[in-house]
Design a protein around this ligand. Structure first.
Ligand code: FAD
Ligand code: SIN
Length: 534
């Protein structure tokens, strides 16, 4: 069994940024369940929201974030993350990330700033329309070059090890993690002074999502099982514009396209956003996604259209090369034709409840990036605030952990038992896993989507309880596999979303229910849930 100062689970912007900093203070292992670069981060298009221009101000960015969050952001958290942004962005530039713009003799380069929904200013730093790839490539390379970091790719964290799970009743702490080596099927046990969850979001819990397959909510489910507090899981963000094409999977059409003037049109070619919000296509995401959903239901259409053909073709090809090329592969020339689009699940605004340095309610466990919930996003995340939050939290978390005394040495004498597999049969019932997986994702899409009702949520809750029981039987009886573990986590996270949604008896931000269509002042607080029997 290996003992590290820091075990980081996940290799997106949050995990890698943390690991690079922590490696100067101690030994670091990064556990990541696919190739090192595979993450939501890699697919980010629009960019990072950060105040860098003379016309902009921290106050404007704070106000835009609060407005998008619909009364549920923690203002002091918003203020502190927004003001830390420029310093963290400068560090990204120092490790080689190139944002579009012209270099200046001093300070940050004069950047070409993008515009997105809910922002009152142009403030999005980007690398064309593939910002995430530029960031992820630079971070993966920096981690590869760092002698203090050991990266275990294709290793999936299964569960956290806590003192309480080992029978200690007086005190609890996260002290290790079981990890599946996907190549050998062996489960290894790692001990750590600090465990940092950076496992990203849970988009795969929905049938239609912009997220890659790694986003199955594993970190959130592990933290829940370990007894950490979870907050605001009812607020799942649906991105308004995902390419609608049978062969395209869930390819995102960045909000930056609307930022450059693209218009949403219904089947009749009418610009319907004008009657929904004075900001029209650049209203916050919850408003635009709901308006599209309503328009599709009203007209019976399977999609709406995003039209940027009024802009010069050369500009479109240069500013959005990835979107242009991808759409072209599906027979759509976006310089000449509107793009068919639909909303899709995109971002988890809630997560493991943490302070502004990523510390969770469980000692020894931090959560940073999309898996955490600091209070920045409230009921709806402002576009491009996610990469910003991940960067700032990685920095803060490292600062806090290196200055936190590690617990008494007795904790490290506690014996960590080896992983025990069930009856160790290979799971040849693959069809059961794929069936349950499909059922959860469809059920979430149909019953727990953009517009909800109590009846549909209750139906989802009942069905999920049965599925969870069935999956739990598989989990105990069969040898674990990535698919089975992901299915178990997906079922857990789906249950947490539904339970949180049932607790919120109002509509706010991304949680819209026909049974309680307005705001309710006495509900203006985060939804916090915690397992009673960890
Ligand atoms: P991720 O980048 O998702 O990384 C999570 C890591 O954890 C992955 O390496 C994964 O393999 C690993 N992992 C998960 N479970 C386990 C496990 N059990 N064991 C081991 N490893 C595990 N946000 C913005 O601010 N601006 C944008 O322009 C933007 N565009 C986006 C476009 C798309 C298509 C998508 C999907 C998201 C976009 N977002 C954007 C959101 C943003 O990309 C993510 O919120 C952010 O990248 C999350 O970073 P992270 O480090 O927390 O998680
Ligand atoms: C996009 O480019 O539209 C995604 C931005 C985000 O999710 O913040």
């Amino acid at each position: 069994m290996k003992h590290y100062d820091f075990v980081v689970i996940g290799s997106g912007i949050a995990g890698l940024s943390f690991a690079l900093k922590a490696a100067t203070f101690g030994s670091v292992a990064i556990i990541t369940k696919s190739a090192a670069h595979e993450s939501n981060t890699r697919y980010a298009q629009g960019g990072i929201a950060c105040v860098t221009s003379a016309e902009d101000s921290f106050e404007l960015h704070v106000q835009d974030t609060l407005e998008a969050g619909d009364g549920l952001c923690d203002e002091s958290v918003v203020r502190s993350i927004v003001t830390d942004g420029p310093g963290r962005v400068r560090e990204l530039i120092e490790i080689g990330v190139q944002f579009d713009g012209r270099p200046q003799p001093t300070g940050l380069p004069k950047l070409d700033l993008g515009h997105e929904g809910g922002h009152s200013m142009r403030r999005i730093l980007h690398s064309k329309d593939a910002t995430g790839r530029a960031i992820e490539d630079a971070l993966v390379e920096a981690a590869r070059m760092s002698p203090g970091i050991e990266t275990l790719a294709n290793h999936m964290a299964i569960d956290l090890i806590t003192l309480r799970k080992l029978g200690h009743v007086s005190t609890d702490r996260c002290i290790g993690v079981y990890v599946l080596n996907e190549a050998t099927g062996e489960v290894i046990t790692l001990r750590a002074n600090h465990i940092v969850l950076a496992t990203g979001g849970c988009g795969r819990v929905y049938l239609h999502t912009t997220n890659p397959s790694v986003a199955s909510g594993d970190g959130l489910a592990m933290a829940w099982r370990a007894g950490a507090k979870i907050a605001n899981m009812e607020f799942i963000q649906f991105h308004p514009t995902c390419l609608y094409h049978p062969g395209a999977g869930s390819f995102l059409i960045s909000e930056a396209v609307r930022g450059e003037g693209a218009r949403l049109l219904n089947q009749q070619g009418e610009r319907f956003m004008l009657k929904c919000d004075p900001r029209a296509e650049l209203a916050p995401r919850d408003i635009v996604a709901r308006a599209i959903d309503a328009e599709m239901k009203r007209t019976g259409a399977k999609c709406v259209h995003l039209d940027i053909t009024h802009k010069p073709a050369e500009f479109i090809r240069d500013r959005f090369p990835t979107i242009y090329q991808t759409c072209l592969r599906f027979g759509i020339d976006i310089t000449r034709s509107p793009i068919p689009v639909v909303p899709a699940a995109h971002y988890q605004c809630g997560g493991v409840l943490t302070d502004v340095s990523g510390s969770s309610s469980l000692p020894g466990l931090s959560a940073i990036g999309e898996v955490g919930c600091t209070g920045l996003h409230g009921a709806n995340r402002l576009a491009s605030n996610s990469l910003l939050e991940a960067l700032v939290l990685a920095h803060r978390c490292c600062g806090k952990l290196v200055s936190t005394p590690i617990p008494d040495p007795e904790v490290w004498q506690v014996h960590l038992p080896e992983w025990k597999s069930g009856n160790v049969q290979d799971l040849d019932e693959g069809v059961v896993i794929s069936h349950n997986w499909e059922e959860i994702r469809r059920l979430m899409w149909d019953y727990v989507g953009i517009v909800r009702t109590t009846k549909r949520l209750q139906r989802a809750a009942t069905r999920l309880r049965n599925l969870q029981q069935e999956i739990q039987e598989f989990y105990w009886n069969f040898k674990v596999s990535t698919d089975l573990l992901e299915l178990r986590n997906l079922a857990t996270v789906a249950g947490l979303i539904v339970d949180s949604a049932l607790l919120r008896r109002e509509s706010r931000g991304l949680h819209f229910t026909l049974d309680f269509p307005g705001h309710s002042e006495d509900q203006r607080h985060p939804t916090v849930i915690q397992r009673s029997d960890p």
